[in-house]
Design a protein around this ligand. Structure first.
Ligand SMILES: O=C(O)[C@H](O)[C@@H](O)[C@H](O)[C@H](O)COP(=O)(O)O
Length: 235
């Protein structure tokens, strides 16, 4: 099993977005050609906007693509903190408007109130995901695997059969829900999209080893995989 991630460096955000979108689109097209459908999990936050814009124009069979988030803040889609709103605005347009989006947020006070419904919704997904694109915070979180997260152990348990867990953490803002580690690291294409020198330094520190609780992205970087994860970086 090859596990060390491969780092791809790009001159700027546009070049990175182009390369990542071309790579993801090829994987989705391949999945549709061989299995009839494709499933893509993407991250929220500020980094993926250019990638989303570029991917939305890809000439693939979008009606056969399922799109979901790797994590969500527990806010309705009307909130400007909603990752679903970001995806609707930046990705599910142009050709990608025809994709099928599977949201996390349900009209419930807390993610715990929605636990059964969420588990059912995400258990129905075909596994493994065809592509998962992760981001990373400068605190070393990815998806909602936050340092100090109240459910971090459950979320990064390599043996968990739960597809989704709730998460609260000091650096997370509102409560969140996240796909669990196995869902992410078993993806056929696993990409990590980071921009800027500060995130590169955090990534390199994470790669150097140490407690997963300190930099939870280590759980992803250290997970055994047949094909290595791909890190897409630009200054
Ligand atoms: O909901 C979210 O915020 C994310 O999915 C999260 O895990 C994100 O990928 C990182 O926080 C990086 O965020 P930035 O791109 O904003 O730095």
């Amino acid at each position: 099993m090859s596990t060390a991630p491969v780092l791809h460096r790009y001159r700027d955000g546009d070049a990175l977005a182009e390369a990542l979108a071309v790579g993801v689109a090829a994987v989705l097209a391949g999945a549709i050609a061989t299995r009839g459908t494709a499933t893509l999990a993407v991250s929220g936050g500020s980094t993926p906007k250019r990638f989303f814009e570029r991917l939305s124009q890809a000439e693939i069979d979008w009606p056969n693509v399922n799109v979901l988030l790797v994590d969500e803040r527990w806010v309705p889609a009307t909130s400007d903190r909603s990752n679903a709103a970001l995806v609707a605005d930046r990705l599910l347009k142009n050709r990608a408007a025809a994709a099928h989006f599977i949201p996390f947020y349900l009209d419930a006070e807390t993610p715990e109130d929605a636990r059964e419904d969420l588990a059912e919704r995400f258990r129905r997904l075909a596994r493994p995901l065809d592509a998962a694109v992760l981001g990373m915070g400068t605190d070393g979180h990815t998806a909602s695997f936050f340092p100090g997260g109240d459910n971090l152990d459950a979320a990064i348990d390599p043996q968990t059969t739960e597809p989704v867990v709730a998460m609260r953490a000091p650096g997370a803002g509102e409560p969140r829900v996240t796909l669990t580690l196995p869902m992410l690291v078993e993806a056929r294409l696993l990409a990590i999209h980071i921009e800027g020198e500060e995130k590169l330094a955090v990534y390199e520190k994470a790669l150097g080893g140490g407690p997963v609780e300190e930099l939870p992205i280590r759980a992803v970087l250290e997970a055994p995989r047949k094909d290595p994860a791909n890190v897409f970086w630009c200054p």
